[in-house]
Design a protein around this ligand. Sequence first.
Ligand SMILES: Nc1nc2c(ncn2[C@@H]2O[C@H](COP(=O)(O)OP(=O)(O)OP(=O)(O)O)[C@@H](O)[C@H]2O)c(=O)[nH]1
Ligand SMILES: [Mg+2]
Length: 225
Amino acid sequence: MKLSVIIPVYNEAKTILEIIRRVKGIPYEKEIIVVDDCSNDGTADLLRENRAGMTALFHEKNQGKGAAIRTAVPHVTSEITIIQDADLEYHPSEYPRLIAPIVDGVADVVYGSRFQGGTHRVLYFWHSVGNRMITTLSNMLTDLNLSDMETGYKVFNSEVLKKIKIESNRFGFEPEITAKVAKMGCRVYEVPISYWGRDYSEGKKIDWKDGVAALYWIIKFNIFR
Ligand SMILES: Nc1nc2c(ncn2[C@@H]2O[C@H](COP(=O)(O)OP(=O)(O)OP(=O)(O)O)[C@@H](O)[C@H]2O)c(=O)[nH]1
Ligand SMILES: [Mg+2]
């Protein structure tokens, strides 16, 4: 089965070429769709100079991860779509495990969970508490028993993904897609993944405000629709 790998990227000049190299190295037929979201750190130039073997799309102003995925989806031509963050926190060597439930015909959507025993860097305690609260609230409203709603590794049967209208521009994407997948009655699987977390000195951007925003998105997409 062929894979489409969507890479939304904003200001990841240090890692973008390495993540593309890793994706190209996986032994599957695939297409790579990179969406640069008006980076101002040289990421866009790196993509323009190295665009062989991929579709590179460029936003003229910064809009967010959700908007970048919305731009990419119409370019998907294969059966399975993986969202791949452009930092090096999630490793493409996990693809076989991530796609297996879809290849086997039992799942429509697969989430890679950082909290099910895979190798992971030990980082911030309070982030993990926030993460659990966010996943719990989402689960209470979707009635899905996920362990990591906010994971970057989300894999879709492409037909299912194309049916979903993505409204959130920024990190509301994660709660929104989860709410919509639940409403559609998709067959959702979770698999353990490894996580090479980064700290703030290495470029980590997410902070407590994103956690509060996530609570807002969860309520908006599960209740006010
Ligand atoms: N298109 C787009 N992508 C973004 C934006 N902000 C972040 N991203 C990308 O979305 C992915 C996830 O963003 P991250 O900043 O790594 O978010 P995170 O993994 O939740 O948090 P940290 O890695 O801890 O900062 C990465 O590939 C980013 O490059 C944005 O404004 N637009
Ligand atoms: Mg990250």
